[in-house]
Design a protein. Structure first.
Length: 180
């Protein structure tokens, strides 16, 4: 997608600058914040994409939303620059690309673990440790619960999907039985 390429270019530039100024961790935290806020607020993303809202209003809104959340000097400068250049709609893409660049530089992989019921911290740690050994990287997991899985779990890491859910097993059995 064009958005991802444009976001990656800005992210790469900001990443280099943050690295140079030894602010990588602070800027990464700010990019995580931008990403989370944009995911939680579709209205904010709609506003960023709207051609009907003036640059001044967008800049005021973005400043008001993120002003107290940022910990680095680079993140506010980035958001202001994107708005002034008419590229504000790429802000979520820049943030996501920056987080990916940061993770790659630190040898980190992100994944989502969805289970049928709340797992204990011991179970979560066991799954995480086993996956870290398998992929050879540190793993940061987002934990979700989906009772429709009936039992077991589904783990998505990068482009890999590990499906050990009961609902998936039942679906496969049903497909096998209907083939005959």
């Amino acid at each position: 997608m064009v958005e991802d390429r444009i976001g990656y270019r800005y992210a790469k530039s900001v990443f280099g600058l943050a690295e140079e100024k030894k602010m990588l961790d602070k800027v990464q935290a700010d990019m995580e914040t931008i990403s989370e806020v944009c995911k939680a607020s579709p209205d904010l993303v709609d506003m960023l994409n709207s051609p009907l809202i003036s640059m001044g209003k967008k800049e005021n809104i973005v400043t008001a939303v993120f002003e107290k959340l940022f910990t680095s000097e680079l993140a506010p400068l980035l958001t202001q620059m994107l708005v002034r250049k008419g590229r504000e709609m790429y802000l979520p893409h820049v943030a996501n690309s920056f987080v990916q660049l940061y993770d790659e530089s630190k040898g980190v992989e992100r994944g989502t673990l969805v289970s049928a019921h709340k797992l204990s911290s011991k179970e979560e740690k066991a799954i995480q440790t086993a996956m870290e050994e398998k992929i050879g990287k540190k793993l940061i997991l987002t934990i979700e619960v989906d009772p429709e899985l009936i039992g077991g779990f589904v783990l998505k890491v990068g482009d890999k999907l590990f499906d050990g859910s009961v609902s998936s097993s039942l679906r496969r059995i049903k497909q096998e039985l209907t083939k005959r």
